[in-house]
Ligand binder design. Structure first.
Ligand code: MRU
Length: 341
């Protein structure tokens, strides 16, 4: 399985699929400095909660390599790690993976910078490998809730490209497809960045999965017509009460699903659950620039006199979520806190 993001030992760099050029090109870029990693996350060369988590872990390795001659090595790596962490606020996986790396830094602070760098790289590669294994488990648990011949609606891209490989919501699709090649997917376009149109349809059609692209406003129409059997999406941060942040528009899909009695599932690893927050009200929503909304194919689509607001995510309340599919099994939102007890 291709790793969409991986540490390259020989080059001491992070190699990742450039998600900005999918589906026109499938090319990789090498990120060699911590400031380039900040930019890669911010501009969404790498995107998707688990993938930016790994990018953060690689960013700490780069920070350590850059700082190894500095007298205040430990402090300097922590400072750069904080900077990388500030690139995108909503997906908790970024903070989680950086914290894992900083724990290694702290625990081994008596060792030499070279020894610490070795340990950080080792841990980053471990996190990469674990990500794929976790996603396969999520996929296999999730496949059990997909009815035979079902049509699955998904939003954004929670696929191989949003992770190191296999995907979370699309991991569920992949595992279900192995047992039942008649399943179908309706992929929401996902304005403004088009992750559904550009990335989800690219991934699924490459795997030979029957995929239909719909615009973000069409879901309720197809639900009413009885053409959607189940919704499965990813998440960027899940609160202890099960409230789940995901790409803007997810909340609207969940409301429509509830109205039409269609099961709505979140698929996400334990690292996407933030045990420090009790409810979704505490989730910081990233505000992105207005040009993402107003410019399409390098041209404005509206007058420059109009106001624009561009939140990247919304929070789906737990009461709209049928279940949360994790690598430990499927939980009711009200039970998810048990993973931390
Ligand atoms: O802004 P993005 O493209 O990084 O947002 C991604 C999502 O909202 C995904 O659904 C989420 O990160 C889960 S990816 C497995």
């Amino acid at each position: 399985m291709e790793k969409t993001i991986e540490w390259i030992k020989e080059e001491n760099c992070s190699r990742m699929v450039d998600q900005l050029v999918i589906p026109y090109e499938h090319k990789k870029v090498d990120i060699k400095t911590s400031s380039d990693m900040y930019d890669a996350i911010k501009t969404m060369i790498v995107r998707g909660a688990p993938a930016i988590g790994i990018a953060g872990a690689h960013g700490v390795c780069l920070a350590a390599i850059e700082s190894k001659e500095k007298a205040n090595f430990i402090e300097e790596v922590k400072r750069i790690a904080d900077y990388i962490n500030s690139s995108r606020p909503t997906a908790v996986n970024l903070a989680w993976a950086i914290k894992e790396q900083l724990e290694i830094l702290e625990k081994n602070s008596s060792k030499t910078p070279d020894e610490i760098i070795e340990l950080l790289i080792e841990n980053a590669i471990k996190l990469e490998n674990e990500d794929i294994e976790i996603n396969k488990k999520i996929g296999d648990f999730g496949a059990t809730i997909i009815p035979k011949g079902a049509t699955i609606q998904t939003h954004c891209n929670a696929g191989a490209l949003a992770t190191v490989g296999y995907g979370t919501a699309l991991g569920v699709v992949r595992s279900a497809f192995k047992n039942d090649p008649t399943i179908k997917v309706f992929a929401d376009e996902t304005r403004p960045r088009g992750q559904g149109a550009r990335i989800t349809t690219y991934e699924l059609t490459r795997d030979g999965i029957d995929t239909t692209l719909i615009t973000d406003g069409m879901g309720a129409y197809f639900m009413k017509k009885g053409m959607i059997d189940v919704v499965v999406v990813g998440a960027d941060r899940i609160a202890l009460n099960g409230d789940s942040a995901n790409k803007i528009g997810t909340y609207m899909v969940a409301i429509a699903a509830k109205y039409h009695n269609i099961p709505f599932y979140i698929a996400a690893p334990k690292s996407t659950i933030d045990p420090s927050i009790k409810s979704g009200d505490e989730i910081v929503i990233e505000l992105r620039n207005k040009e993402e909304v107003t410019i399409v194919n390098d041209k404005p689509i509206c007058t420059d006199k109009v106001n624009v607001i561009n939140p990247g995510f919304d929070v789906t309340p737990a009461e709209l979520i049928t279940g949360i599919i994790t690598e430990y099994g499927i939980f009711k939102p009200s039970e998810i806190h048990k993973l931390f007890e």
